[in-house]
Design a protein around this ligand. Structure first.
Ligand code: SIN
Length: 533
């Protein structure tokens, strides 16, 4: 089956759908997602979008905070473009009808929240369900747009690239139609990866099950370069409860005054940084890790009981009700929390318009390394980046299509059949897949987590080499199904993370290596760039 459009967008979070809506003004857009349209990282985002809208705020202040958080590795021109365009794109969302929380004093303006590392209140939010509110509006708009066709339960396997004058160019993707158990070929003049992050590479994560680094793995296999993948952000405060998987306790809770305490109720963050509980995330996550290792405790606690219960219930309805359902009343008792993998600050290296080094292949949102985050992302800068880069890429994609030779579309009409393996829902040896998943996620957590060492990284590399080879053999020799595609991608991403981490022989931002505990600007004040070929 061959399905052709001007644009193929892989992923339906804020980056993918924002791009699709803009591209649909000029061409046909096929959007594919491997699960339901709303099963995205965006949908789980609680905190909000950082943008300069406050009377006491300036673009320069937001830029300064972002650069400081990124510990010398942000690309200043990217930071400038993203921060400058934020307020305009947030206003577009307001016009689209996204129900952001309104200021009590000025009901015609959004309420501005506070998060770690921000010198001003600038987090636009919809209570504690910002992503969900945005996702809902974007889906409604996308589904009513005649130029957009959405394919749910269609899982991309690999990018199709052709050789153009000795350089690779994307012309589509092989996609597993999960329900019909067959591989379709999607041809497009522009292919956009908006697949989100890769939290599922780690045992504990705030991410949904689908966050398996698919776009990064597919792009890398096709020859796109990856940058800065050693910088994995661990969110300091995920709920610690046997019945809760992946549930985040938003940084906004600390923004509104919550403090981290140990099991005896003692605050500890001031011992680690003058900004205390609102220090940058790498510092808070490492401090919690150190406290847990020191005391042997399984978690620390987040205490906001000193605030008015009515305020807590109104500001954090989702967190309050989720905790209460698990027997934790956050108005009266501290919440047990642990750090968990949350965000990949690196990704496919792109320019300011979201272009990878493969012609016609773009990457936007968490899958991309734009240079905004450097060695540590500032809270709530990710939804902002997704909005801005979708806008930039839509403009660049339109210009590229206008300049593409006509012969290109003729080539797309040739059926490029999936060349690899047989297909089916359940491989006979499903245990191999389940075991590989578990093994990778466990050694990544233990050896390539918040604190690393040369020895731990080597152990991880050795183990991964074996598992990755087994998965590749399985992939080519057996029936291909959704789980196998994901575990193959997880192994690919783990490989990129480990190789990147071994290259950086210093500690900076989110990458902390016990054998190289200091920052080394002389040798490492640059991106870590990897290429497959
Ligand atoms: C949060 O609500 O703490 C997450 C926000 C973010 O990761 O930017």
């Amino acid at each position: 089956m061959l399905i052709i459009s001007d644009y193929l967008v892989i992923g339906t979070g804020v980056a993918g759908l924002s791009f699709a809506l803009k591209a649909a003004r000029h061409g046909t857009v096929n959007v594919i997602c491997k699960r339901a349209i709303d099963e995205t990282n965006t949908n789980l985002a609680q905190g909000g979008i950082a943008a300069v809208l406050g009377d006491d705020d300036l673009v320069e202040y937001h830029i300064k905070d972002t650069l400081e958080s990124g510990v010398g590795l942000c690309h200043p021109e990217t930071v400038q473009v993203v921060v400058e365009n934020g307020p305009r794109l947030v206003r577009e969302l307001i016009d689209m009808g996204v129900p952001f929380s309104a200021s009590v004093d000025h009901p015609d303006r959004p309420e501005l929240g506070q998060e770690g590392g921000h010198s001003r209140r600038r987090i636009i939010h919809a209570k504690d369900m910002t992503g969900q509110a945005m996702q809902k509006s974007l889906i409604e708009k996308a589904l009513s747009e005649p130029n957009i066709t959405v394919y749910e339960h269609f899982q991309a396997l690999d990018i199709i690239a052709e050789d153009r004058h000795g350089l690779p160019a994307a012309i589509g993707a092989y996609v597993l139609d999960i329900e019909k158990e067959r591989v379709a070929t999607f041809g497009a003049r522009i292919v956009v990866l908006a697949t989100g992050g890769s939290g599922k590479v780690y045992l504990y994560t705030s991410n949904p099950d689908g966050a398996t680094g698919d776009g990064l793995a597919m792009g890398f296999r096709a020859g796109a370069r990856a940058a800065n993948m050693e910088f994995i952000q661990f969110h300091p405060t995920c709920l610690y409860h046997p019945a809760a998987r992946n549930f985040l306790i938003s940084e906004a809770v600390r923004g509104e005054g919550a403090i981290l305490v140990d099991k005896n109720g003692q605050p500890f963050m001031k011992n680690y940084h003058p900004l205390g509980d609102l220090a940058f995330r790498d510092i808070v996550a490492r401090a919690i890790d150190a406290e847990m290792k020191k005391s042997g405790a399984e978690c620390v606690f987040l205490d906001i009981t000193h605030k008015d219960p009515a305020f807590i219930r109104d500001r954090f309805p989702k967190i309050y009700s989720t905790c209460l359902a698990l027997g934790i009343d956050m108005t009266a008792q501290p919440i047990p929390v642990v750090p968990a993998a949350h965000y990949q600050c690196g990704g496919l290296l792109v320019d300011l318009d979201g272009r990878t080094n493969i012609q016609s292949l773009y990457a936007i949102g968490e899958v991309a390394a734009t240079g905004l985050h450097g060695a540590n992302r500032l809270a709530s800068n990710s939804l902002l980046e997704a909005l801005v880069m979708a806008d930039q890429a839509a403009r660049a994609g339109r210009a590229e299509i206008a300049n593409q030779p006509a012969a290109r579309s003729a080539r797309l009409s040739q059926d490029l059949a999936w060349p690899n393996g047989r297909l089916g829902r359940t491989p006979k040896e499903a245990v191999v897949i389940a075991h590989s998943w578990d093994e990778i996620r466990r050694f990544m957590w233990n050896y390539v987590g918040i604190v690393r060492s040369d020895y731990r990284l080597k152990m991880a590399a050795d183990r991964l080499a074996l598992v990755k080879a087994e998965i590749e053999e399985f992939f080519t020799g057996h029936e291909v199904g959704a789980d196998l595609i994901e575990v193959r991608n997880i192994a690919q991403v783990a490989d990129i993370i480990i190789r990147s981490a071994r290259t950086r022989r210093e500690s900076r931002g989110l990458h902390y290596n016990l054998d190289w505990p200091n920052r080394d600007d002389l040798n490492f004040k640059h991106d870590t760039i990897l290429a497959e070929a």
